[in-house]
Every structure is written in structure tokens, then in C-alpha cells.
Write a protein that binds this ligand. Structure first.
Ligand code: MSP
Length: 558
């Protein structure tokens, strides 16, 4: 993927041609049209880590729509949903003495509710217990069977119910009680020995390695590098057991033509990405998906999934975003430690935009991040309430802006009357390209930091210029008064422009705030598009009036 960017600081004379289409910097064709989150296990209610995965994918999806000409919403898919079969869910429902269907309904609806409350823009919510999905899974099974990729054999090994996977010998250790434990997840293992259907993963080893090395774009780079290294360390891929005997597992999709076996839950779950496209009735029009996954499920998405697709002769994913995990007070979140953060409470306390902002600003995809309620408060107060909110209050106050106008000022005028702003202007002009690059890499934290820096820089101009002093007119010096009014007009223009541009660039992060800013500035939502995130690019040529309705971007948390 080749994207051309300008250097960080553009000369001011370049700005004169900034009405040229921003398409010269990137093409929306390069952005994926299908984003998919993993589907979530319904063995327990959602926590903040689950919300992060979905909000992260949502930001990518919203970013893509913002870059499409006219925000074309009809041509994208954003899928999420729940993974409802398998031993883990079966055991969980049994331990609570609840009917499995009811149990899945209850928890699945909590995930859906959460993703609605968090303003995620998903287009499909899939459940693996949906009849249509079951048909697609069985259909793909038959295709792979017909192509000779599935055979029956005795299979044995240590199995982690929690991770729903067999664990190879080199990743097993023994704890102080003599129990076998997975080194990667720390979960207990059980010895399994049974007759299963097995998938010929070994046959696809070279093609999978070639895809990982030469075709896959995986972000961030550290996960791609460690995947490449890990895969080189596996001498021979072992064939994969893809069914379980009904004596052990009763909750799953039946193997076609064999009522003694159920399909392995990861085979079932991964196929959800095909189900949402309408496959096999329709060949997927929008394909392949761009995956957003947590670091714990790389093996399933980067080895098993491409293997199933290769066997079915379907195109492989081109792009995968992987993210690290949220810790609570630097510890892994777990029910047993009682430190699991409830995302519903977070939305209640911080608003949907507030928690989205914190997760995407403070979450670093390449390394684990720490969740702490005080940190959320400090971040939101400093950035959304103070930096962003104060700037809006300043330039829309009755005192500094008695006409309540969004003035139009040419860049020549700014150069003449507000020369101290030129560095800031250069910064704003490169902001959308910088943000584009960061967002495309999945580094929302970098893009947001740049936007905040721009807003802080404008706040800095206010402190430097002190326009509140201009409001008291010099009794005998009309020249000074005139100059001050021109300087004030330039400052208001630049402030409102930077607020408008920030509302576009932060739209994938805080969609409600973005929308309310456009309303406050009295600009139609159709101008909330990436290509308009440049100074003087809102098609406005005259002074406009802003809305008189008071807007508080974010109410300070006490
Ligand atoms: N059901 C499988 C996925 C099947 S996709 C074909 C699964 N489900 S899960 O509910 O355990 O995890 C779903 C997502 O939540 C994963 O991407 C996982 O990494 C993410 N997270 C779980 N805990 C997390 C944190 N503490 N922090 C960030 N993300 C976390 O795996």
C-alpha cells in the first residue's frame, strides 16, 4: 500500500492551493470495506476488554466511511456478534443450572446492548446459534470434506477448555499441584483421547507461511514480527482436530453425516465471517474481511483461518489489526481476582464518547495498557473538558464573539494580521495527513495526540494574543481598534476552523461530540468528511452564524 504524504510543515504558499482535492494524498480505495471483530464468548458478561476490541474496530469502520466520497455507508460491512457453542459455554451454563438456549440469549443480548450503548456502527450482529450460520458451517465442512481436507483419525493431546484449543508439548508446564498448565494462558489442561475428524493443516504449511511473510499486512509491526518468528520455530504443522465426540460435548453444530460428532468451536466461530456476507448463496461481494483481534487469538486468525480459506479456495485476509490487552491496576483482569471492569458502568459514569476516547487515546495496540478509574477522569477532564471544551467556550463566548459568527478570513489576511499563528497553521494543514497515517496503522492514540496538540496550540495563541483586552476599545485610536478587530476575527476564524477540523478527525473516536460540534457551528453533517479537514475547505466563503444553543463538549468530572 503506497500512500503519499506531505512533509510535516508545508510552506504557507502551499495553502493557497489547498482547495485542490485531498485525494492527491490518498485513495479511499485503499481502505478495507469489511471490518470484523472476533465474536465474543457468552460464558460471562462483557468486560472493558471486549468493549475495547469493538470500539477499536468501530473507529476503523467510521474512519473508512469518513474517507469514502460522501460517506457512502452502503458499501461497508462491520460485523460483530457472539460465539455460543463449545465446552466452555456448556460448562458455564451447566454450573449455573440454566438452560443453554436461555443462557446464550441472555448474555448475547448483553453484548448487543453494550455495542449499542457504546454507539458502535456495526452493520451485522451474528450469533453462532443462528440457523443460517449453522447451515454455512456445515456447507463449508462438506466442501472441505469433498476436497479431501478432512479425514477421521484417533486424536490425543492436552486440551484447554478455557482457550478451546489443544496445546502443543512445548507450551505445557506443570504447576505445584502436579496439574498440566498452558504456558501461554495459564489455564488448566485436560488429557483427551478420542476418534475425531482431522483437518490437513500440515498440507498448507508452506502457503500459510508465504501469506504471513509476503502478503499479510499486520498491525502493529511487533505482532507481525513475532508471528513470523514463531511460525519459523514450528518444524512441522500438525493436522488439526476439528470435531469432538458427543460423549464429551453436547452443545455445537453436528458434523454432516455423523450424529456422534460435533464441529470444533473454532471452526464454527471463524466461519461467522463468511456467514455475514450471505455465503454460500451469494459469492461474497465484499471480501476479504479486515480483522481486528486481541493478541491472544493470533494463532486462530493467522494459521487456522487462512488454512480453512485456502482449502476452500477463497481469498485470504489482507489486513489484520491486532491489539494488546487492558490490565487493571497492572494486573490481568479476571473474575477470580474480582478486578473485571464493567463497561456499562463506565458508559454510565463517563458517557459513551468519554469511555471511547479514553480507550482509544490511552490504549496502545503494541503493548498492554493499564485501566484505572482515576486515570480516566484525569484524561477526560484535561483533554475533552479543558483543552477542547475551553477552546469552544472561548471562541463562542458573547464577550469575544458578540455577533456569534463563524467569520471567513483569507489566508492573506491571517498572514498580515496574525503572523504569530503561522506555525500553528502549518501544523493544522498537515494534521489530517498525519492522522490518516496513524489511523490507518491502527494507532489511534497517535492521531488523537496530534489533534489535542493542535487544540492546545490554538489555546496557546489565545493566551499569547489575549483578545479579551481588545474588547475594551482605545478611546482615541481608531487605527488600533481596527487592527485589533482584524486580529480578533483572524483568531476566531482559526479557532473555529481547528474545532471543525478536530470534529472531523475525532469523529471515529467521539461520534456524538463530533455531531454536536457540527450542529453548534451550524454546518451541515454532510461536510463531516475527511476531505474537508483542511483550513478553508468547508466550502464556506462568507461569515456564518453559529448556533446560539450552548454546547458543553464534555462536562467536567468531579
Ligand atoms: N470467541 C473467541 C473469538 C472467536 S472469533 C472467530 C474469543 N472470544 S473472547 O470473548 O474470549 O474474546 C474476544 C476478544 O476480546 C478478543 O479479541 C480478546 O483479545 C478481547 N479481550 C479479552 N480480554 C481483553 C482485555 N483484557 N483487553 C483487551 N481485549 C481483550 O476469543
Amino acid at each position: 500500500m503506497k500512500i503519499i504524504f506531505t512533509c510535516r510543515f508545508v510552506p504557507l504558499n502551499w495553502l493557497r492551493s489547498s482547495s485542490q482535492s485531498p485525494r492527491r494524498y490518498f485513495s479511499s480505495k485503499e481502505l478495507p470495506k469489511f471490518y470484523a471483530t472476533p465474536i465474543f464468548y457468552v460464558n460471562s458478561v462483557p468486560h472493558i476488554g471486549h468493549l475495547y476490541t469493538t470500539v477499536y474496530a468501530d473507529a476503523l469502520h467510521r474512519f473508512t466511511r469518513l474517507c469514502f466520497p460522501n460517506n457512502d455507508v452502503t458499501t461497508t460491512i462491520f460485523s460483530t456478534g457472539t460465539d455460543e457453542h463449545g465446552l466452555k459455554i456448556q460448562k458455564s451454563a451447566q454450573s449455573k443450572n440454566i438452560n443453554l438456549n436461555e443462557y446464550c440469549d441472555q448474555i448475547s443480548s448483553k453484548f448487543r446492548q453494550l455495542f449499542n450503548d457504546a454507539e458502535t456502527s456495526y452493520t451485522h450482529f451474528i450469533r453462532t446459534t443462528d440457523d443460517q450460520h449453522k447451515k454455512v458451517v456445515q456447507n463449508l465442512w462438506k466442501i472441505l470434506m469433498d476436497k479431501g481436507f478432512i479425514y477421521k483419525s484417533k486424536y490425543c493431546g492436552y486440551y484447554s477448555v478455557n482457550d478451546e484449543t489443544f496445546v502443543p508439548d512445548n507450551l505445557i508446564t506443570t504447576n505445584s499441584n502436579g496439574e498440566k498448565i498452558s504456558i501461554e494462558s495459564g489455564h488448566k489442561l485436560e488429557w483427551y483421547e478420542e476418534e475425531n475428524y482431522v483437518f490437513r493443516l500440515s498440507q498448507l504449511q508452506e502457503r500459510i507461511i508465504d501469506w504471513i511473510d509476503n502478503h499479510l499486512i499486520m498491525k502493529p509491526e511487533n505482532y507481525h514480527q513475532s508471528l513470523k518468528a514463531d511460525i519459523r520455530n514450528i518444524k512441522n504443522f500438525k493436522d488439526l482436530s476439528i470435531s469432538r465426540s458427543k460423549t464429551r460435548l453436547q452443545w455445537g453444530i453436528e458434523v454432516p453425516g455423523d450424529d456422534t460428532q460435533l464441529i470444533y468451536v473454532w471452526f464454527d466461530a471463524l466461519v461467522n465471517y463468511l456467514t455475514v456476507t450471505g455465503y454460500p448463496n451469494k459469492q461474497p461481494v465484499i471480501w476479504p474481511p479486515c480483522h481486528v483481534i486481541g493478541k491472544d487469538i493470533i494463532k486462530f486468525h493467522c494459521i487456522y483461518w487462512p488454512a480453512f480459506l485456502l482449502a476452500a479456495e477463497l481469498p485470504l485476509p489482507e489486513r489484520i489489526y491486532c491489539h494488546s490487552h487492558w490490565l487493571y491496576d497492572r494486573q490481568k483482569m479476571s473474575k477470580s481476582l474480582g478486578n473485571v471492569v464493567d463497561p456499562f458502568e463506565c458508559i454510565e459514569q463517563f458517557t459513551a464518547d468519554g469511555i471511547r476516547y479514553f480507550l482509544l487515546k490511552e490504549g496502545t495496540p503494541h503493548s498492554d495498557s493499564n485501566f484505572n478509574l482515576d486515570a480516566v477522569k484525569t484524561c477526560l477532564n484535561a483533554e475533552l473538558a479543558d483543552t477542547f471544551g475551553n477552546l469552544l467556550n472561548r471562541c463562542t463566548s458573547e464577550k469575544l464573539n458578540p455577533k456569534q459568527s463563524y467569520p471567513f478570513v483569507s489566508l492573506d489576511e491571517i498572514q498580515e494580521y496574525l503572523p504569530e499563528s503561522l506555525d500553528t497553521i502549518n501544523f493544522i494543514e498537515t494534521l489530517s495527513n498525519e492522522c490518516f497515517e496513524s489511523y490507518l496503522d491502527g494507532n489511534f492514540h497517535i492521531g488523537i495526540t496530534n489533534v489535542m496538540q493542535c487544540l492546545r496550540s490554538i489555546n496557546g495563541l489565545f493566551n499569547l494574543i489575549q483578545p479579551w483586552k481588545f474588547v475594551q476599545k482605545h478611546p482615541h485610536n481608531d487605527n488600533d481598534n481596527d487592527l485589533n478587530q482584524k486580529r480578533l476575527k483572524c483568531l476566531l476564524f482559526l479557532s473555529l476552523e481547528s474545532i471543525r477540523i478536530s470534529a472531523i478527525l475525532l469523529n471515529p473516536i467521539v461520534p456524538n461530540i463530533s455531531k454536536s460540534i457540527f450542529e453548534k457551528l451550524n454546518i451541515s453533517q454532510e461536510f463531516c468528511q475527511w476531505k474537508f479537514a483542511k483550513i478553508n475547505n468547508s466550502k464556506q466563503q462568507n461569515d456564518n452564524r453559529i448556533s446560539s444553543k450552548k454546547l458543553i463538549i464534555f462536562s467536567k468530572l468531579t
